[in-house]
Design a protein around this ligand. Structure first.
Ligand code: GLU
Ligand code: ZN
Length: 292
C-alpha cells in the first residue's frame, strides 16, 4: 500500500446509493487503488432530521455488494462531536468566528442571498445564534485535478459561512474539513455538485493551518429531464443481485474502456482490470446522462 495516497467516499445516510453515488464511490475507489493507496469510508450522519433509518447500513451493504471494500474502520460523524466542538473552540479562541442572530429573512433580501458580515463585531452571545467563520483570508480558486483551475463566485467565496447551526448541528463544511484532516485524506474525489463548497473547505483548511488535500470533481449523472440524479429527485436505488452490469455502466460513464467479454469475468476480476486500466485522462469533464 502506498503511504502517500489516501482517498475516501463520504455518503450521507439520507437514502440508498443510486447510480450517481456509485460514480463517486467507484471513481474515488479506482483513483485510490490505481495508486496503491488507501480508500476510506465515512458515514456523514451529522444531520439527524435528514437521515433515513437503515440507510447507513444499507449503503455499506451496497458497497460490499459492488466489491468496493474499504480500508480500516468506517468513520461515523455522529461519533465525532467532540472533535468538531474542539475545532470550533479553537477558532473562537483565535477570534476567527462570531455569533450571528440575523433572521433568514434578512439574509434572503441581501444581493444573491450572500451574508454581509452584519454581526461580525456585535459580540452576540451564543444563545439562539449560529456561529459563522470570520473569513480572514478566503480562497477564491483552486486547481481541480481533472478540470484545472476553477474560480468560485467571489462574493460566495468571501462570505462568512456558518460552521455551527442555530439548531445546534455542526455544519457540513466544518465536519468534512475536520474529518478529511483527521483521516489524512490526500485527495478528495467526489461529484461536481460539490465544487462550490470546495473553496469554503479550502478557506477552513487555511484558517486551521492544516495542509489541504487535492480535489477532483467527477462529472454528474443527469436525468432525462436535465436534473442531477439525486436522492431528492428519487433516483432509483442500485439493483440488488449481480452488480457487474452497474459497474460496467459506471466504468463506461467514467470513460473507462470495458471490453464486450466482461460477462466472462468475475466481479473481482472486473474490478481488478478496471484498477489496472484506470485512465484519469479519459474521464469526461462534462455532466452526462446515464449510458444505456
Ligand atoms: N456527504 C456528502 C454527500 O453525500 C458528500 C461529502 C463529500 O464527499 O465531501 O453529498
Ligand atoms: Zn448576523
Amino acid at each position: 500500500m502506498s503511504a502517500s495516497y489516501t482517498g475516501r467516499f463520504a455518503p450521507s445516510p439520507s437514502g440508498e446509493l443510486h447510480f450517481g453515488s456509485l460514480i463517486a464511490a467507484l471513481g474515488s475507489f479506482l483513483r485510490a487503488r490505481a495508486q496503491q493507496g488507501r480508500w476510506r469510508v465515512r458515514i456523514e450522519d451529522i444531520d439527524p432530521p435528514r437521515e433515513v433509518p437503515g440507510a447507513a447500513a444499507r449503503i455499506l451493504q451496497q458497497l460490499e455488494q459492488h466489491g468496493l471494500h474499504w480500508d480500516g474502520d468506517v468513520l461515523w460523524q455522529s461519533q465525532r462531536h467532540e472533535a468538531y466542538g474542539e475545532a470550533l473552540s479553537w477558532l473562537q479562541r483565535q477570534h476567527h468566528s462570531y455569533y450571528c442572530t440575523c433572521p433568514r429573512s434578512r439574509i434572503q433580501q441581501l444581493p444573491d442571498g450572500v451574508y454581509d458580515g452584519h454581526c461580525r463585531s456585535l459580540n452576540h452571545p451564543a444563545e439562539n445564534a449560529a456561529l459563522r467563520l470570520k473569513s480572514v483570508s478566503p480562497v477564491f480558486c483552486f486547481q481541480d485535478v481533472l478540470r484545472g483551475e476553477i474560480h468560485a463566485d467571489a462574493a460566495l467565496a468571501r462570505e462568512d459561512f456558518i460552521i455551527h447551526r442555530r439548531d445546534g448541528l455542526f455544519a457540513y463544511n466544518l465536519a468534512v474539513v475536520v474529518d478529511d484532516h483527521f483521516q489524512g485524506i490526500t485527495e478528495v474525489v467526489r461529484g461536481a455538485d460539490l465544487i462550490e463548497p470546495t473553496v469554503r473547505q479550502l478557506t477552513l483548511f487555511r484558517q486551521f493551518g492544516w495542509q489541504a488535500p487535492d480535489y477532483l470533481h467527477l462529472p454528474l449523472v443527469i436525468n432525462p429531464d436535465g436534473n442531477k440524479l439525486s436522492k431528492q429527485n428519487h433516483a432509483a436505488p442500485l439493483p440488488a443481485g449481480d452488480a457487474r452490469p452497474a459497474l460496467v455502466q459506471a466504468l463506461r460513464f467514467l470513460g473507462q474502456p470495458v471490453g464486450e467479454g466482461w460477462r466472462d469475468l468475475s466481479q473481482t476480476a472486473l474490478l481488478e482490470q478496471a484498477v489496472d486500466r484506470w485512465d484519469l485522462a479519459a474521464v469526461p469533464r462534462q455532466d452526462a446522462s446515464m449510458p444505456q
